[in-house]
Design a protein around this ligand. Structure first.
Ligand code: F2R
Ligand code: MG
Ligand code: MG
Ligand code: MG
Length: 344
């Protein structure tokens, strides 16, 4: 499969997860029959169903992608400016109430220090919300042929514009590395345990405290993502014998990065194979459907799982009907093509 298909799959996959998950954001215990008829109806492009709008997840993803395309390099101040411009142009895309304070402070400060407003959030602890991970896909695509430390550094910088807590930016790094590994994987099937092992070895390095993170030299690094990845292995080994509440209890379905990024990775890996409650033979569709069925932060978990699945399967596996019923597909498609053809 060619790289263009994977870039398009990744960005469109995330967009569709966002659009199709958004109507259920914040719901729990979503009925199986409701979801099966919701997704089956969307498969018919001729059917007149209400248009599914994208939310903050895709609005911010587009900001990063368009900055990389226009600047042809990573330019964090430009990205911050685009976030702010986008938010004030369309504030009703479902942003959380705290991140909006960052946008206001960035605008008021004239973008002098783009990391300062985020560092002041939550009493100076910074946000650990999943808002940096949900928009990271363009960075993963842009750095796909770079060494891992470049992926880590660029992901971290882009995250720290809004998310200064190490759980916030490390969640974005994990999501970027997962997308990159899925993109670079050759072959039709991925060995889930090998995939997770690679992520663990990367996150062991990432989660070791850096000099700037050490406040107390007696304190050991906390390997939150490494232990969540171990839980993924445990769930995968149980195969079919895993309920929705097992996944939610073990990995979460929350608005926090540690309670959603590992969940999205698990969803992608689990959805390679049939899932009893999910009526489809298409693995991309299964990924989005299964993500939404977990409830909670459905738009964001489906968007992140959709980014990874799209990068792995390519755009050909994405149902036409899904694309037809969602807002912004053409724009995301163009950004993906521009990114893959970027002459740097
Ligand atoms: N915000 C939402 N959905 C709920 C509201 C929908 C909207 N009002 C509507 O009706 O349309 N979705 C979007 O937000 C999530 C990404 O959030 P982000 O950008 O990370 O926001 P924030 O505010 O930085 O963090 C989210 C929450 O996490 C908790 N939190 C984070 N850091 C904390 C800390 N250091 N201490 C305590 N709590 C912390 C807070 O509850 C934050 O509000 C995505 O789901 C996107 O779709
Ligand atoms: Mg959202
Ligand atoms: Mg937000
Ligand atoms: Mg969300």
């Amino acid at each position: 499969m060619n790289l263009t298909s994977k870039f398009r799959g990744c960005l469109i996959g995330g967009l569709l997860g966002d659009c199709l998950g958004a109507p259920f954001e914040g719901e729990n215990r979503i009925s199986k029959s409701v979801l099966n008829s919701y997704f089956n109806r969307l498969l018919d492009p001729s059917l007149k169903v209400p248009y599914k709008s994208y939310t903050d997840d895709s609005a911010m993803t587009k900001c990063i992608a368009s900055s990389l395309v226009e600047k042809k390099e990573f330019h964090v101040t430009d990205i911050a400016k685009r976030f702010v411009k986008e938010y004030y142009a369309e504030p009703n895309r479902g942003y959380g109430k705290n991140v909006v304070d960052v946008f206001a402070a960035l605008r008021a400060s004239g973008f002098k220090d783009v990391f300062a407003p985020a560092a002041r959030q939550f009493g100076g602890t910074g946000s650990y919300g999943n808002g940096a991970a949900m928009r990271i896909a363009p960075i993963a695509l842009f750095t796909h042929s770079e060494p891992i430390p470049v992926v880590i550094d660029m992901s971290k910088q882009s995250a720290k514009v809004t998310h200064a807590n190490r759980l916030g930016y490390n969640g974005a790094i994990l999501q970027a590395v997962a997308i990159r590994d899925a993109l670079l994987h050759k072959g039709e099937n991925i060995n889930p345990l090998t995939f997770v092992e690679r992520l663990i070895s990367c996150m062991r390095m990432v989660e070791k405290y850096t000099e700037e993170e050490i406040i107390d030299h007696n304190k050991k690094s906390e390997y939150i993502y490494c232990s969540a990845l171990e839980k993924i292995k445990f769930l995968l080994e149980k195969g079919n014998d895993v309920s929705i509440s097992d996944v939610v209890d073990s990995l979460g379905n929350e608005i926090s990065a540690p309670g959603s990024v590992p969940t999205a990775i698990y969803v992608f890996l689990r959805a390679q194979k049939q899932i009893e409650a999910v009526e489809t033979d298409n693995p991309f569709q299964r990924t989005i459907h299964y993500a939404v069925s977990l409830g909670g932060d459905t738009d964001t978990i489906a968007a992140m799982a959709g980014n990874i699945a799209g990068a792995f399967y390519g755009v050909e596996k994405i149902p036409e009907g899904f694309m037809h019923h969602c807002e912004g597909v053409e724009e995301m498609n163009k950004l993906a093509k521009d990114l893959v053809n970027l002459d740097r």
